[in-house]
Design a protein around this ligand. Structure first.
Ligand code: PMP
Length: 380
């Protein structure tokens, strides 16, 4: 990768070099003397980009018929609001059930409470007391509502490094209750069964493309007006139907981010070979790092319970029992940076070290981090 640094950022994250190179070429010239960003969104050239981007995304995730793919803006945070407004339904007795396993699902539940009122929102389970360390209580302690408008969870908690993946208790969700999932930081990290979900959303800036676009997969029956909030009007651009009826072209879509996502999808299909291959690489990367942490005799400590450790965001502490742990962590981060490994500081709310290993991170670069960790431990 020549002069490029090794970027462990939690997002916006690194992107495949081949994608950046191709995008660079498209800046000045993409079609008939236009750069990509200069194309009319209603013109044939961009229409083709949009259609291909959606088709590749559908193919990668094997999205079944009966689901729409929407390209929206406002980040994953806006989805905390749109989910609540579009899916709460008219039945005042039905509650929106939230599973809180980290900072992002907590924020989603808060926004639903703010928009709908506390009485419409139920926190099924929360790991707040254990500082979101992945100690997910047993299912018999989850308190689902009697009447559920939907169930919401975040598959990968980016700040705390907690991931459900296929350990999510899908069977606990009645088949007539829509399951809503924030997959912002692990979408396309492996295959999933979309048919288990009513709605999946993901901000692009970790595993798909640049910031500025959010992809929504919604089962078509959830577009029914009967699902919407009836106590307040929904702004046009916050209504999923506005996007589903216009192929995300009611107004000017984020053309450049859509194009970039399209390039990443092509990279996943052709250079990686699909999501099963991507998943195997992601497991190899995170296993290498967790093994290094767990094999360090307590010098490095991952605070997340083993069953729910994230493949995407690996959080750990540097010799936390040492009296000068804070100084040691600072030195670790500074020395890593001097060696070209950047953005390793944990989220400002939790501290520690966090290595984000999104799809574009290579195993080779994770091994460089592991080698540095071993060398650092031996030396200090
Ligand atoms: N959900 C998750 C899981 C995230 O990681 C993030 C961003 N880091 C968000 C939501 C919020 O995304 P945005 O900044 O795009 O609104």
């Amino acid at each position: 990768t020549g002069l490029r640094i090794i970027n462990f950022s939690a997002g916006p994250g690194l992107m495949p070099v081949s994608v950046l190179a191709e995008a660079g070429q498209s800046m000045a010239s993409f079609s008939q003397g236009h750069g990509l960003m200069e194309l009319s969104h209603r013109g044939k050239a961009f229409e083709a980009v949009l259609a291909e981007t959606e088709a590749d995304f559908r193919q990668l995730l094997a999205i079944p018929d009966g689901y729409s793919v929407l390209f929206m803006q406002g980040g994953a945070t806006l989805q905390f609001s749109t989910v609540a407004l579009n899916l709460v339904g008219a039945d005042a007795d039905a509650k929106c059930d939230y599973i809180v396993s980290g900072a992002w699902s907590a924020k989603a539940a808060e926004e639903a409470e703010r928009l709908l009122g506390k009485e419409r929102v139920n926190v099924v389970v929360s790991t707040k007391k254990s500082k979101h360390n992945g100690d997910i209580p047993a299912l018999d302690q989850w308190k689902f509502s009697q009447k559920q408008a939907y169930v919401f969870y975040c598959d990968n908690e980016t700040v705390h490094g907690v991931e459900f993946g296929n350990k999510f208790p899908f069977d606990a969700i009645p088949s007539n209750v829509p399951l809503i999932c924030d997959m912002s930081s692990n979408i396309l990290s492996g295959a999933i069964d979309v048919s288990k979900y009513g709605l999946i959303f993901a901000g692009a800036q970790k595993n798909m493309g640049p910031a500025g676009i959010t992809v929504v997969i919604i089962r078509d029956d959830l577009l029914s007006p009967s699902r919407k909030c009836t106590t307040q009007p929904i702004p046009q651009l916050l209504d999923y139907n506005t996007y589903s009826t216009s192929q995300s072209m009611h107004n000017t879509p984020p053309t450049f981010p859509i194009y970039m996502c399209g390039l990443v999808f092509k990279w996943l299909k052709t250079e990686i070979g699909g999501l099963d291959q991507m998943s195997a690489i992601n497991t190899a990367k995170s296993t290498a790092l967790y093994n290094a942490i767990d094999g360090s005799n307590g010098f490095y400590v991952c605070p997340v319970s083993k069953a729910y450790r994230s493949r995407m965001n690996v959080c750990f502490l540097v010799n936390p029992k040492s009296p000068d742990a804070a100084a040691l962590e600072k030195r670790f981060l500074a020395e890593a940076e001097a060696k070209g490994m950047v953005q390793l500081a944990g989220h400002r709310s939790v501290g520690g070290v966090r290595a984000s290993l999104y799809n574009a991170m290579t195993l080779e670069n994770v091994e460089i981090l592991v080698a540095f960790m071993k060398e650092f431990q031996a030396r200090v």
